[in-house]
Design a protein around this ligand. Structure first.
Ligand code: ADP
Ligand code: ZN
Length: 609
């Protein structure tokens, strides 16, 4: 079964990321699975799409309240019935959501793992029609992981008390020990493990000597105004100093660390997510609860304490797949700061372990070979290529940045800025983060294709059914008022004229096709089937829309210049609808000719002519 129409309808995307389709097909057929994918790999979709295919409810276990809320908001923005239950909700709200779940009005329900310890919660779950359990951040179950949460051990109860309900566990941790722990605790032994590559191909890794680091940082940030960046510092004081210095230099920045009052921390986090403060100088405490997909730069001002940590932190850049940079200011002297802490450790084994990790990190910093290759080998992946074309060892500084950017900037920057401004306005009035309206990638695509009708806007990746109806008009208006005075036409190579995925024709359409493929004229097919010529064309057109290629060589085709004119008209209108085309072309073209021309154009598009 082709899942892409479902992906497009609910999430707006045209295609799957690696492994997503395999996982979804497997999971939706009722099997257990474990999914190992790097940050930004697109794990959420692996259980969200099956959740829509199942009759019943999908229960999602997720450890962080902020993430839970984000995911539910994002699902709701796509018109999907989702909710969460955690300790922050007032009782009437809990009761309301429980009732919705019982009445089958939800597709996904997010739960914090500690709730499972409560037997009345388990009793409540028993009253539901549950189709799937999804365990997000599954490494939290393992003491070998970096983020062990004892509450995750409650998940065992799901297995014993709900036998037969399939489970999917997901994590961005590739550590084999953690993986084995997950399989053992969640009893996933009879299921399948899906592991994708941990290569983040859209990230560029750069290590530069820590000299005049602040000036370099400033230059870097100034070259990317308004783009989101996280700057990791070793100490709380460090974060405050960097943030203050940036502010003094006119950059909108804030500090974030565990020493701030909880209110201030969530204020900073919120402003970052809403694109109100683009730059955050932070200790590693920042980022765990953040799914922001458009972080374009992650900087390490100081030596990270382990390669794992460095990979996790840099991994927060570019989740949306757009080119993003990881910049690390290295000085051997930084080791001393860590040594101070290491000497304070009582446990000698622990001390030794931490020292080894630090040494590995320094080895990375001093590499003379590809940094990406090192990272992947570190996580046990073989990397066959010698050069990656996106690290400072493989490609010297200047060339790297000049990221790729040239390719990506083939969109209209001014229109992109206008679309971002519209997104910000909409996000403020709807109280959701801008990226939940449309991602940068989607806005860039709009600024490249200039779709000027809702029909062509739906052809843009990232625009699904719900978002089209919520925001389509506003975006089309901005694009039109930008493009039309400049005489810019739609450049929809895909969208309108792109053939849709294959769909099986119905029985009656098949009969029409059979006769047509026997090289009979439209009129003769119509006579034989006792239907009108228009209906014959409708049948054939539907078959073509459904992915069929047809041989039309036995038909007499209108002259090339007339075909050309019709093609341009449909394209410029951004729709295959006949009335707007007729309105444009006037009496020179009849409805019948337009209908026939449209059919031929679709046949050609299917054949890539
Ligand atoms: P992970 O949990 O693995 O870090 P997410 O599920 O948060 O990844 O997805 C990362 C980003 O990629 C999100 O912005 C998501 O909307 C986007 N994404 C996921 N799948 C696709 C896809 N098939 N096409 C385009 N974007 C996708
Ligand atoms: Zn490289």
């Amino acid at each position: 079964m082709d899942l892409r129409p479902l992906l497009k309808k609910h999430f707006g995307y045209d295609d799957f990321r690696p492994l997503q389709e395999e996982v979804i097909t497997y999971c939706a057929s009722g099997h257990d699975s474990l999914v190992l994918m790097p940050t930004g790999g697109g794990k959420s979709l692996c259980f969200q799409l099956p959740a829509l295919q199942f009759d019943g409810l999908t229960i999602v276990i997720s450890p962080l309240i902020a993430l839970m809320k984000d995911q539910v908001d994002a699902l709701q923005a796509n018109g999907i019935a989702a909710a969460y239950l955690n300790s922050t909700l007032p009782f009437p709200e809990v009761a309301r959501i429980e009732k919705m779940a019982q009445e089958g009005k939800l597709k996904l329900l997010y739960l914090a793992p500690e709730r499972l310890a409560n037997s009345s919660v388990r009793q409540f779950l028993k009253t539901l029609n549950i189709s799937l359990f999804a365990v997000d951040e599954a490494h939290c179950i393992s003491e070998w992981g970096h983020d062990f949460r004892p509450d995750y051990r409650n998940l065992d109860l799901l297995r014993s008390q709900f036998p037969g309900i399939p489970m999917i566990a997901l994590t961005a941790t590739a550590n084999p020990r953690v993986r084995d722990d997950i399989v053992a605790h969640l009893r996933l032994g009879s299921g399948k493990i899906f592991q994708s590559s941990f290569n983040r191909s859209n990230l560029t890794y750069r290590v530069v000597p820590k000299k005049k680091a602040f000036e370099q940082l400033l230059k870097e940030l100034r070259s990317r105004p308004d783009e989101s960046a996280i700057i990791y510092c070793f100490s709380r004081n460090g974060t405050e100093k960097v943030a203050d210095d940036l502010k003094a230099n006119g950059i909108n920045a804030a500090a974030y660390h565990a020493g701030l009052a909880p209110k201030e921390r969530s204020r900073v986090q919120e402003k970052f997510i809403r694109d109100e403060i683009p730059v955050i100088a932070a200790t590693i405490a920042f980022g765990m609860g953040i799914d922001k997909p458009d972080v374009r730069l992650v900087v390490h001002m100081d030596l990270p304490k382990s390669v794992e940590g460095y990979y996790q932190e840099t991994g927060r850049a570019g989740r949306d797949g757009l080119p993003s940079e990881c910049l690390f200011f290295y000085s051997t002297g930084d080791r001393i700061k860590h040594e101070y802490f290491i000497r304070g450790m009582d446990d000698l084994d622990e001390r030794q372990r931490v020292r080894v990790q630090l040494q590995e990190m320094m080895r990375y910093a001093e590499l003379k070979t590809c940094r990406r290759a090192f990272l992947l080998r570190y996580f046990g992946e073989t990397w066959s290529e010698e050069k990656c074309s996106a690290c400072d060892v493989c490609v010297p500084r200047a060339t790297v940045a000049v990221k790729e950017k040239a390719i990506e900037s083939s969109f209209d920057q001014d229109l992109f800025e206008e679309l971002r401004a519209l997104r910000r306005r909409l996000s403020a009035s709807r109280h959701i983060p801008p990226y939940m309206i449309f991602g940068d990638k989607t806005l860039q695509e709009m600024a490249r294709q200039f779709p000027q009708s809702r029909e062509s806007l739906i052809g843009i990746s990232g625009v699904g059914r719900e978002k089209l109806s919520q925001y389509g008009g506003a975006f089309v208006d901005v694009i039109r008022s930008y493009a039309q005075p400049k005489g810019i036409k739609e450049k929809l190579t895909g969208a309108v004229l792109r053939p849709r995925p294959v769909r099986a024709p119905s029985k009656t359409i098949l009969e029409t096709i059979k006769l047509f493929e026997a090289k009979r004229s439209l009129e003769s097919v119509a006579r034989e089937r006792k239907i009108s010529v228009v209906t014959v064309l409708d049948h054939l057109e539907e078959a073509v829309d459904g992915g069929r290629t047809l041989d039309v060589s036995h038909l007499s085709i209108p002259p090339e210049d007339r075909m050309e004119r019709m093609r341009d008209t449909f394209r410029e209108n951004g729709t295959y609808m006949l009335a707007p085309a007729k309105a444009r072309l006037g009496d020179a073209y009849s409805y019948d000719e337009l209908r026939f021309g449209r059919f031929l154009l679709k046949v050609q598009a299917r054949l890539n002519v």
